[in-house]
Design a protein around this ligand. Structure first.
Ligand code: HQG
Length: 178
């Protein structure tokens, strides 16, 4: 069984399109784990709770969490749909990074970083990670984000359960192209 492929489909369902498999998602992004398992078992024969447990535990970015009692599952971040996954507000490090692609650079340098289809702008802890994120979209460009200064100016930052920093938007004045 191709766990990476299944993981990508789980991300699609839990972040963007639960209706693609008729899943019911609550306002905090939770879906009944058995409902998800049943849907995935129809598509990927042999899929069961053990496979889902492995994906949740071994996913490279820890993208999914079970509820404490194990009956529900949600994605920790990255949603485009309007759910509140209860990310705690937190004081960010002084500097964070954002990787994008050359083709978006002129728009970013005019409007700042916007979340586009997602709920928040995602920021990386280091330049190398930002490079990898940017490369998904084309020729990478990297921006240093003065997150400490933003925070002191009153902007709110969140850190997801899997340690990804996010904020609603980053104005141009806090961005430095590398
Ligand atoms: C760009 C993956 C034009 C932005 C990654 C990005 C990440 C603008 C693209 C996470 C813009 C949106 C998120 C503006 C921002 N004008 N383009 N004003 N402001 N953009 O995929 O940050 O594997 O929604 O730079 O690793 O690339 O899915 O965001 O290029 O952590 O868990 O608009 O997704 O994680 O693209 O990626 P995305 P992202 P997962």
């Amino acid at each position: 069984m191709n766990l990476v492929k299944i993981g990508k489909y789980i991300s699609l369902l839990l972040r963007h399109r639960p209706e693609a498999e008729g899943l019911h998602m609550d306002e905090h992004g939770w879906v009944d784990a058995q409902e998800l398992i049943d849907a995935l078992a129809r598509k990927f024969p042999g899929f069961d709770r053990d496979v889902l447990d492995r994906i949740v535990a071994e996913n490279d970015k820890k993208r999914y969490s079970y509820s404490e009692d194990g009956t529900r599952i949600r994605a920790n971040q990255g949603h485009s749909i309007d759910v509140d996954v209860e990310m705690p507000e937190a004081e960010p490090p002084e500097i964070l990074w954002h990787g994008s692609a050359e083709r978006f650079a002129s728009s970013i340098e005019e409007k700042g970083l916007l979340p586009q289809s997602r709920r928040y702008v995602h920021l990386s802890m280091d330049k190398q990670t930002a490079y990898t994120v940017g490369k998904r979209h084309g020729k990478p460009v990297i921006y240093m984000v003065r997150s400490g200064e933003m925070y002191r100016d009153g902007y709110i930052f969140y850190c997801s359960a899997n340690g990804v920093w996010q904020t609603a938007a980053v104005p141009v004045r806090y961005l430095y192209r590398q």
